[in-house]
Design a protein around this ligand. Structure first.
Ligand SMILES: NC(=O)c1ccc[n+]([C@@H]2O[C@H](COP(=O)([O-])OP(=O)(O)OC[C@H]3O[C@@H](n4cnc5c(N)ncnc54)[C@H](O)[C@@H]3O)[C@@H](O)[C@H]2O)c1
Ligand SMILES: O=C(O)[C@H](O)COP(=O)(O)O
Length: 527
């Protein structure tokens, strides 16, 4: 039975789903050393932001097939290291959107009306109404940085509260911003004009310290900033200084450069600062959503099914993946076959989607072709997650083409050609109506054979007696032929012979075959 490690608090709904297919161990607050020592026995991990899945953990997690992040941000996972090791990383892109947006809104209003301090003063038996004069958000300008899922929900709500909306997001269209009632502007203008700035961006090299001393200096002295996205997009030292010196009026932060927040000048500040311990996703509803979403994906991957929200493999809906699966099997088989025909070091793979296939998303088929191509060299180390990276690292150039006009097989066909240090070979394949894979050409010679475990291919001169000679030779080595087919373009020209054989070819026989007059080349293939 598979084993899943749950290393952060996860809603029981997720644990129940995982328990259907795996032994689930919930072990929270593990030190990095403890994680390294226990991870080798696990097939999957389920985490939130509390567990840092480092390269070291991934490298010793030899059994890991999937890391599930019950939430959005995967910046606590070394995704490139996971990808290299063929581990799927999944998240729950939408499960906590509303929770995070509502937390940002709560922060904005709390900051404007000094709710935390006012609450504390009443609890301390005071009744000080003057100290807590607030500000209204109505008719004020809010600058939304990052108009994705959370930013969009914030936009929808603040618009109905009568705020004026500015947005900065270089990856969002004018039409989308328009729909949400936002004026799309550059960052500088957003900072200058906003009374409230709310951040809803991922932490990337471009967004790290996006809000630094320089940015803060351009803001209004009455402006307030809210960060419920990721720590590190604000330079906390610069922010503390800007608050202390009155360069801006307030800040509400849910996320920090280092979590849990340690010693920090932010803690020393008064009612102009609100700090929460990364609570954006902490609602009962969001925790059920993300736990179910991610647990279902872990369960599916452990059962050999595709994940719907993988961050490091082609993002396709499970419906589309289900339809493409037989073609991915075809691509993988052809990739494996063409790599064995080409031999040597492959430098280029051409993937041509023909007929109906030409209208499909090619990415999964390219990945599957590469997985097949590399399977001889890498065996089980290569999978759909790391095939592209492994190919790139080996300097294999991939060229994709499409030709919808080829109408050879219903459903379309796939042509792979591999160019390498020993020459170039091509194979075409298609699926028959019963879903069976057929190889339909080798080096442009038409054939029609299903792949079998052991195969022998020859390139020879089309002349009388040659088939008999190969048959007798194989017989003399006690090799049983299961089927045989010849493909040629012209009579007495060149031809290919494809034999399915019951056993691997004994040592030395290939050299004997190439000595038969008329045989130009011979290849054995194991699929
Ligand atoms: N505090 C919490 O508990 C909590 C909860 C959920 C999500 N989050 C975080 O909130 C952030 C937003 O989440 P989301 O679900 O809306 O993500 P999303 O991917 O839907 O949206 C992010 C948006 O940021 C934009 N963006 C990327 N780089 C940018 C840049 N350099 N400048 C401006 N915009 C840029 C993208 O185009 C996208 O529209 C993420 O960092 C996520 O991890 C935090
Ligand atoms: O990226 C996220 O989903 C949020 O930061 C939530 O993190 P959490 O799951 O640790 O609450």
């Amino acid at each position: 039975m598979s084993k899943v490690l749950v290393s952060d608090p996860i809603d029981q709904a997720g644990i129940d789903i995982l328990s259907q297919v795996a032994q689930v161990d919930v072990k929270t607050n593990l030190s990095p050393e403890e994680l390294v020592s226990i991870i080798p026995e696990y097939d999957a991990m389920m985490i939130r932001s509390g567990t840092r899945v480092t390269k070291e953990i991934i490298e010793v997690g030899k059994q890991l097939k999937i890391i599930g992040r019950a939430g959005v941000g995967v910046d606590n996972v070394d995704v490139p290291a996971a990808t290299r090791q063929g581990i799927v990383v999944v998240n729950s892109p939408e499960g906590n959107t509303i929770a995070a947006a509502e937390h940002a809104l709560a922060m904005m209003l709390s900051l404007s009306r000094h709710i935390p301090e006012a609450n504390q003063s009443v609890k301390n038996s005071q009744w000080d109404r003057k100290r807590f004069i607030g500000a209204e958000v109505y008719k004020k300008t809010i600058g939304i940085v990052g108009l994705g899922k959370i930013g969009s929900h914030v936009a929808t709500v603040v618009r109905s509260m009568g705020m004026k909306l500015l947005a900065y997001d270089p990856f969002i269209s004018l039409e989308r911003a328009d729909q949400l009632g936002c004026r799309l502007v550059d960052m500088d203008l957003l900072l200058r004009e906003s009374d409230y700035v709310t951040l809803h961006i991922p932490k990337t090299p471009e967004t790290t310290h996006l809000i630094n001393a320089e940015a803060l200096a351009t803001m209004k002295p009455t402006a307030r900033i809210i960060n419920c996205s990721r720590g590190g997009v604000i330079d906390e030292a610069a922010l503390s200084e800007a608050l202390k010196t009155g360069k801006i009026a307030g800040a509400a932060l849910d996320v920090f450069e280092s979590e849990p927040l340690g010693e920090s000048p932010l803690r020393e500040l008064g009612k102009e600062v609100i700090l929460t311990p990364h609570l954006g996703a902490s609602t009962a509803e969001a925790q059920v959503n993300v736990a179910i979403d991610v647990a279902e994906q872990i369960r599916d991957v452990l059962l050999g099914l595709p994940a719907r929200s993988a961050v490091n493999i082609p993002g396709l809906s499970s419906n589309v993946l289900e339809q493409l699966k037989p073609y991915m099997r075809l691509a993988e088989t052809l990739g494996n076959l063409v790599s064995q025909l080409a031999g040597g070091r492959i430098e280029q793979l051409n993937v041509r989607l023909q007929g109906e296939l030409a209208t499909n998303n090619s990415q999964p088929l390219v990945v599957a072709s590469l997985k097949g191509l590399l399977s001889q060299a890498l065996r089980e180390r290569v999978n759909y997650v790391n095939a592209s990276i492994e190919a790139k690292e080996r300097g294999i150039r991939v060229i994709e083409t499409r030709d919808a006009s080829v109408q050879d097989y219903s459903g379309g066909s796939l042509l792979l050609s591999a160019k390498g240090s020993l020459g170039e070979h091509s194979v075409t394949g298609a699926l028959l109506s019963d879903g069976e894979i057929h190889i339909t050409s080798i080096d442009e010679f038409p054939i029609n054979v299903p792949p079998s475990h052991h195969m022998l291919f020859t390139l020879h001169r089309d002349m009388p007696g040659i088939i008999g000679k190969i048959g007798s030779l194989l017989g003399s080595f006690n090799v049983n032929i299961a089927s045989m087919q010849v493909g040629r373009k012209i009579v007495r020209g060149d031809a290919v012979m494809v034999l399915s054989i019951d056993d691997p070819l004994p040592e030395g026989i290939l050299t004997e075959i190439t000595k038969v007059p008329g045989i130009r080349d011979a290849y054995t293939v194991t699929l």
